[in-house]
Design a protein around this ligand. Sequence first.
Ligand SMILES: Nc1nc2c(ncn2[C@@H]2O[C@H](COP(=O)(O)OP(=O)(O)OP(=O)(O)O)[C@@H](O)[C@H]2O)c(=O)[nH]1
Ligand SMILES: [Mg+2]
Length: 439
Amino acid sequence: MKLREELIERAKRLEEMLEKVPEPMAKELRKKLEELRELLLEQRPPRFALVGRRGAGKSSLINALFGKSVAEVGHEKATTSRGRWWSYTGELGTVEMLDTRGIQEGSTPEGADGELTPVDSIAKALGEQGPDAVLFLIKAKEVDAAVEGDLDALVEICERIRAMHHYPVPVVAVVTHCDEVEPKNVKLHDPQGAHPEDLAEKLERIERIEGDLESKIRGREELRDQFVAAHGVSSYQSWRRDGSRRADERWRIEELIHFLLDELPEQARVEFVRLSQVKALQHRIARRLTNIVSTLCGGVAMTPIPVADIGPITSLQTSLITGIGYVSGRRLEVKTATEFMGAIGANMGAAIALREVARALAKILAPGVGNVVSGAIAFGATKAIGHSAAAYFIDGVDVDKAREVFETTKKKARKLFKKRQKQLESEELLAFPTDDDEV
Ligand SMILES: Nc1nc2c(ncn2[C@@H]2O[C@H](COP(=O)(O)OP(=O)(O)OP(=O)(O)O)[C@@H](O)[C@H]2O)c(=O)[nH]1
Ligand SMILES: [Mg+2]
């Protein structure tokens, strides 16, 4: 069975199981399962609409996001035809971009839609699907020039999206060509050796440009609620004929990616993080996945009915590992995930034995105690698996180190689970110690 189908199948089985779990726990767990589904099964490429004059750096920004040459960069004539969605694909994934330049200017680049006017073809493309965010690109040196025409175009795009798809699309302004801001000799991507005062001056100028642009955009009432912020970058990279890179002068692109990620819907996040290859972001997604799956496993193990056996827990854990592997840029088989569990010593057999002990104890001690203990075991083991998978697949540590991460996290996570469970019980609430990074 293909991995995707297998994951779908597992989610279905879990859902059936949840029908037998008492409320309110079932509701809580169903919510988590839904989040997991969005993150693992309903992923699609992120979609951005680009607004910016010819040469503003739209194609270069796409390449900057990938770190690879996937879009044609033009040095002279208009190179990007407009009015349709383009998929840019690297080894790790895809983004979809719509160039809306035709709304601002008249001349027709090669390959543009012959029948429709530029504005109509853009409207048609926007009708097919709405973007997750609109990126408004402008060169640093052009912010104080006539931007009103560009803002008119921006407003028009946003209004069309609202009219067709009924949502206020987030607008992120990207100030490109920041490397060319005075003093020019300060290299932003490699500031070592620059005079500190010169560097400070350059950064100050960029900040002022960002501020200027922000207030111009906020000056448009139609955009005020949708506008996120202005972000200065350099997207400059240069490629040899054979496709190898000869210069990488990118600056603050990672921050921009962080920033864009916040605007993306859940369904486009994993793909974006995977292709951007920004480790901090991969960790962010890995932690989310780990939190969700740990809660689910803890909840399943706490269920006072016999359906809560080891099967769903193990399959949730292998899904977690495959998910983290995917975010890191790999495609893992379920078998690889199972092998990884074995290698780090995540032996669920031992956990079952412990649980049986816990159950037996519970009869003697107090009702509920056994459930909390099993919940803690499953929760702790799952957190530990998530953290060690992140260390192994994202940071590239070796198996010994991954095992160490597994052991230390497991102990901490169990304690946390029990502590939180006690607090919650005293407040007569049923909930889980998750969505935090205390462990
Ligand atoms: N120094 C510098 N040059 C850049 C930057 N971004 C783009 N460029 C250069 O600007 C020129 C135009 O960039 P493109 O990415 O082709 O611009 P575009 O908006 O896609 O242009 P059209 O498709 O023609 O509308 C190219 O020579 C790029 O190398 C940047 O941040 N810094
Ligand atoms: Mg272009």
